[in-house]
Structure formats: structure tokens, C-alpha cells
Write a protein that binds this ligand. Structure first.
Ligand SMILES: Cc1cc2nc3c(=O)[nH]c(=O)nc-3n(C[C@H](O)[C@H](O)[C@H](O)COP(=O)(O)OP(=O)(O)OC[C@H]3O[C@@H](n4cnc5c(N)ncnc54)[C@H](O)[C@@H]3O)c2cc1C
Ligand code: FES
Length: 291
């Protein structure tokens, strides 16, 4: 008889590369790992439980696409597990469980324009869609990317997104004035007159959405970031004419098991770990009031 695999036991994976993204108190690093045995098949938007042995286990979005034949996740240092991960280097071993959750319906978006709107570490799951579309470029329409952070030193994937500016519609934003960055009209961002060729803006992410005005025609928009950012981004997308079913986001409830067993993450009958973390906005809106 073949014994069923215990889903709680992490599998060892070796760290192949550590990429520093940002510095400071809440520094961010991207880790590339390879499972020591076995395959790991995932879809963009799925998540991973990562163990720093002896410290604990935490959930992270997989921040690259299966088309890249690697597993990457991006970690902001906020506490016990994330600090332990930040201390690790190439060759060290972590535990991984997953892939977990539902992921983005990227195949259903073929032929459409895709708008990715992230704030801070929230761009991590969006990078999985970005890589997937870049590797299947002919199957998708226009790609608009908006990534914002407090300052330019807090922007994740900065070099990668700067390199993409020549070929795709990429916008970066910071919350405070910085030399060389164009300041949006603070009271009426939609009336900002952005000079030709300028792609680096001063303004909160929802203001950038209002100023850049992505078209809702044949489009889907995906937004991840702090809840307050998501709230106002969605408000501005709706003002631009996006319908609720054209908007996707992810939820970040506290997780423990990650497989729909412990009841830590549920909202009513919905388990964010298993049924999410990706949800369409029209679905989120009808969740019970405790959300
Ligand atoms: C679906 C999902 C996807 C996620 N994807 C990512 C990702 O791609 N990258 C990433 O860095 N994190 C991600 N997270 C958050 C990540 O799981 C937590 O940051 C991590 O578990 C913290 O573990 P810790 O032991 O270091 O912190 P703890 O020691 O548990 O907490 C230390 C302190 O940090 C606070 N804290 C915990 N989480 C956060 C947070 N997210 N932001 C700010 N403060 C926090 C706690 O409230 C506490 O005060 C995701 C979470 C979920 C549920
Ligand atoms: S984390 Fe255990 S049920 Fe979702």
C-alpha cells in the first residue's frame, strides 16, 4: 500500500540565490530555492509555506512564474521567521510546503490587456503574473505595470522594472518628493499633466491609477498591497469604468496550516489559504461583514 504524504511535513530545498531588494529596518530579500527531491509545479499567484528550521514557518507568495523553471519568494523582515530567513545564504536549507492556494486565472485572461498595481511587498505575487505574461507575450494585449513604495529605496524589483520601461508601460511611484520624480497634482491627480516619457511619479498608488487612467476595455486589473491602498485603488478603478468582475486582489489573513484544516484563516465558509488567496472583487464584496 502506498502511504499518503503528510501535508504538514516540509520538504527540504536548497537556497540557490539571495537577491537583496531593499535595505533598512524592514529590509526585503528575494530567495531562489530548489527542492532537493521531487517536482514542484505551481501556477502564478500560489503561495508557499517556508520553514526556517528551529524558528517556525511563514507563508509567502511565489514571486516568479512556472515558465522560469525556478521557485522564488520575496521576504520582508518583520519578525522571528523572516529575520531567520534574512540571515540565510546560498547553500543553506529551508523547508517548503506547497504550492498552496488557488492562483490567478492567467489562462482565462489570454487576449486581454492586463493592469498590475502593487504597493510595497504587495508586488511579489504580481511579479509571478508579470513573468508569466512576458514569457507568453503574444497571448496577451497591453501590459500596464504600476509599482509604488514610500521611497525609491523601498521599491522592490527596481532594476528589473526599470529595464522593462523600454518595452512595456511601466510606472514607478514614491509617496514623497524625490529629485527627478514628477509630482502628481495632489488635489486632482486625474488632471496631472505628466510630461512625455516620464515614468517615475510622486504620489500614492491610487493617485497614480487616477493619473495613468488604464482603460477598462477588454482588460483585467490585479492589485496587491496594504489594505488601505487596495481600497482606494479599487475605488479609482471603478471610477475609470472597470466592472467588479474585472478586478482581482489577494487576501492576507493570518495562516497556520495553509491547507484548509485549522480554521485560522477562514471568513465564514471561505478558507483564504485554500479557496484564495486570489479573489475577484465581486466575490470579496459578498463575504460576511467580519471581513
Ligand atoms: C497569503 C499570504 C501571502 C504572503 N506573502 C508574503 C510575501 O510574499 N512576502 C512577505 O514578506 N510576506 C508575505 N506574507 C506575510 C508573511 O507571512 C509574514 O510577514 C510572516 O509570516 C511574518 O513572520 P515572522 O515570524 O517573521 O513575524 P512574527 O514574529 O510572526 O511577527 C512579528 C511582527 O510582525 C508583524 N507582522 C506579521 N506579518 C506582517 C506583515 N505581513 N506586515 C507587517 N507586519 C507583520 C506581526 O504582527 C508582529 O507584530 C504573506 C502572508 C499571507 C497570508
Ligand atoms: S490556515 Fe488553516 S485553515 Fe487556512
Amino acid at each position: 500500500m502506498v502511504e499518503a504524504e503528510n501535508p504538514y511535513i516540509p520538504k527540504p530545498a536548497v537556497i540557490e540565490k539571495v537577491i537583496p531588494e531593499t535595505e533598512g529596518e524592514r529590509a526585503i530579500k528575494t530567495f531562489r530555492v530548489r527542492p532537493i527531491d521531487g517536482e514542484f509545479n505551481f501556477v502564478p499567484g500560489q503561495t508557499l509555506m517556508v520553514s526556517a528550521f528551529g524558528k517556525g514557518e511563514s507563508m509567502f507568495a511565489i514571486s516568479t512564474s512556472p515558465t522560469r523553471n525556478s521557485i522564488e519568494f520575496t521576504v520582508m523582515r518583520v519578525g522571528r521567521v523572516t529575520t531567520a530567513l534574512h540571515q540565510m545564504k546560498k547553500g543553506d536549507i529551508v523547508g517548503i510546503r506547497g504550492p498552496l492556494g488557488n492562483g490567478f486565472p492567467v489562462e482565462g485572461w489570454e487576449g486581454k490587456n492586463v493592469v498590475l498595481i502593487g504597493g510595497g511587498i504587495g508586488f511579489a505575487p504580481l511579479r509571478s503574473i508579470l513573468h508569466y505574461i512576458l514569457d507568453n507575450r503574444e497571448k496577451y494585449g497591453k501590459l500596464i505595470v504600476i509599482n509604488g513604495a514610500r521611497t525609491s529605496r523601498d521599491l522592490v524589483y527596481l532594476n528589473e522594472l526599470e529595464r522593462l520601461m523600454d518595452s512595456e508601460d511601466v510606472w514607478l511611484s514614491v509617496d514623497r518628493d524625490e529629485e527627478g520624480w514628477f509630482k502628481l497634482n495632489w488635489d486632482k491627480p486625474d488632471e496631472s499633466e505628466i510630461p512625455e516619457g516620464v515614468r517615475k511619479l510622486v504620489g500614492f498608488v491610487p493617485m497614480v491609477v487616477a493619473a495613468v487612467k488604464p482603460s477598462p476595455d477588454n482588460s483585467v486589473a490585479v492589485t496587491c498591497g496594504p489594505p488601505i491602498m487596495i481600497k482606494y485603488v479599487i475605488e479609482n478603478l471603478l471610477k475609470l469604468g472597470f466592472r467588479e468582475e474585472q478586478i482581482y486582489t489577494t487576501l492576507e489573513n493570518k495562516m497556520k496550516c495553509g491547507i484548509g484544516k485549522c480554521g485560522r484563516c477562514n471568513i465564514g465558509s471561505v478558507y483564504v489559504c485554500k479557496d484564495g488567496p486570489v479573489f475577484r472583487y465581486d466575490f470579496i464584496k459578498q463575504l460576511p461583514p467580519d471581513f
